[in-house]
Structure formats: structure tokens, C-alpha cells
Design a binder for this molecule. Structure first.
Ligand code: SF4
Length: 266
């Protein structure tokens, strides 16, 4: 796809501006796919199943095309804004970015989120045996046709909870890194006029934490034997949530385009 095609696609008034900046990237579950430029671009660019296979040459070709188009559009936008990209001190900018990255990595919220993602891996590793038992238990219930037991329903809610936990396991850290880095880069005088991007990222992280807490609650119902480990995870998540709310007190109020606001058009 070339940049003219991207620009043409972006003209569709049905798309909600910037909706993809504050979503959880779970397109399979998103009610806004038809209103999202990012989804439409991916659909168009990776329509061929071979182009979605990371081991296929076509995948890398399409990815390289995407980078080239993004670069072309960036250059065009810079020209429009009168920014001379060649005059930028790349070394200095990269140095600032490295510094901010380090500060963010060492921030209490990010450190705690990193620990959480490792705790999740540990839990799933240690629960491997219990998973087998659970599967057997569900199968036995079907065979025995035990009254008042709904194994499929139970299994569905459990599977859904596991999917939720896995989806947000690393995303909480990624979104918090973006929020903290953004906070370091944003200029305070701009906040009066525009909502802060770091609040938006922090809100996405908070929602991921809320959903993960609910999902762990569901897993806990299924695995009373693992109660103390799950309680540790819940306590840890709750601490992260409180830290994030303290560092980003306005995050919950941030309005995510589309998700928090009805858009009749963009
Ligand atoms: S807004 Fe929805 S469709 Fe678009 S990238 Fe995010 S999750 Fe996917």
C-alpha cells in the first residue's frame, strides 16, 4: 500500500480519530473495528493469509512497506509543519530518550508491573498440574451428568479469565512505561488545553488492572487450592492500581475517543 492509498483510506469520516491510541489492541473483542483506521490499514495490508505468517517472506515485505509509508507520511507532516528533520540533533534526542526510558523502567509503577508479569508466569508454571486436574474434573462432570453442574459454562468463564489475564499480563507494564515516559516528555503548559496522553495511557493500564483483578477472582473460584498464591497476585495488583491512581490522579477521568464517548462521526 502506498501513502496516497493510506491518505485516501484515512479520509473516511466514519473513523474515530485516535481511537487506537487508547485501546488495549484486542481487536478480536473490539466493538469499534469498523471505525478504526488502524484496523482498516492492517486488514488491507495483511489481507493475504501468507502476509500474516511471521515465517513467510511476504510478512516481512509487507512490514517493510508499512515502515516506509509511515516514514513518508512523517516526512510529509514535518514539511507541512515547517520542521526540518535533517536539522534535528538525533544523538541528543536519542540520549534523552534513553534517559527517559531508564527513569521509566525504574519508576515504582513500572517496576511493580514488571514483577506482576513475572508472577503471572510463575503462577501458570506452577499451576500446570492443577490445569490437567481441572480438565479431567470437567470431563468427568460431563460424563456423570451431575445435576446443577454446568461444566461448559464453568469452563468458558475460566478460559475467558485466563485469556484476560494473559492479554493484559505484559500490557500493564507497556502502558505504564508509555505513561511515565510521556509524563517526562510532556510540557505542562500544554495540559491546560489538551488532555494529557500520559493520563490516557495510565487509564488503559488501570482498566487492564481492573479486568485482571476480576479475572483472577474468577480463577480463584475455580482453584481454591491455589488461593494463597492468587491472593498474593491480587494484593500486588491492587497495590499497582493504587500507585497508578496516586501518580496519575486524573487518569480515570481521561476520555478515550470512542470508548468513553459516543462518536456519531470523527
Ligand atoms: S480501537 Fe479496536 S480495532 Fe482499533 S486497534 Fe484498538 S482494539 Fe483494534
Amino acid at each position: 500500500m502506498d501513502k496516497e492509498k493510506v491518505k485516501k483510506l484515512a479520509e473516511n469520516p466514519e473513523f474515530i480519530k485516535s481511537i487506537y491510541n487508547y485501546c488495549d489492541r484486542w481487536c478480536e473483542r473490539c466493538p469499534f473495528t469498523s471505525r478504526c483506521l488502524n484496523f482498516a490499514l492492517g486488514d488491507e495490508q495483511f489481507a493475504d493469509p501468507e502476509s500474516r505468517d511471521i515465517t513467510n517472506k511476504l510478512f516481512w515485505q509487507k512490514l517493510s512497506e508499512t515502515f516506509q509509508v509511515t516514514l513518508d507520511l512523517l516526512k510529509e507532516a514535518a514539511e507541512r509543519e515547517g520542521i526540518d528533520l535533517d536539522s534535528l540533533d538525533i544523538e541528543e534526542l536519542a540520549g534523552e530518550e534513553r534517559f527517559n526510558e531508564e527513569v521509566a523502567k525504574n519508576h515504582e509503577c513500572c517496576r511493580a508491573a514488571k514483577v506482576y508479569s513475572e508472577m503471572v508466569d510463575d503462577w501458570f508454571d506452577s499451576a500446570r498440574d492443577i490445569f490437567g486436574q481441572k480438565e479431567d474434573e470437567l470431563n468427568l462432570n460431563v460424563l456423570a451428568e451431575i445435576p446443577n453442574v454446568s461444566p461448559f459454562g464453568e469452563s468458558d468463564s475460566f478460559e475467558d479469565a485466563v485469556q484476560v489475564i494473559r492479554w493484559y499480563q505484559h500490557q500493564i507494564y507497556v502502558k505504564l512505561m508509555r505513561a511515565i515516559r510521556g509524563d517526562l516528555e510532556e510540557k505542562p503548559e500544554i495540559f491546560d488545553e489538551f488532555p494529557s496522553d500520559s493520563d490516557g495511557s495510565a487509564k488503559v493500564a488501570l482498566i487492564a488492572i481492573d479486568r485482571s483483578i476480576a479475572a483472577w477472582g474468577e480463577v480463584r473460584n475455580h482453584y481454591p487450592l491455589s488461593d494463597s498464591d492468587i491472593l498474593d497476585l491480587l494484593v500486588h495488583l491492587d497495590r499497582i492500581r493504587r500507585k497508578v491512581e496516586r501518580v496519575f490522579p486524573d487518569a480515570r477521568e481521561f476520555i478515550r475517543p470512542g470508548f468513553d464517548k459516543i462518536h456519531l462521526n470523527s
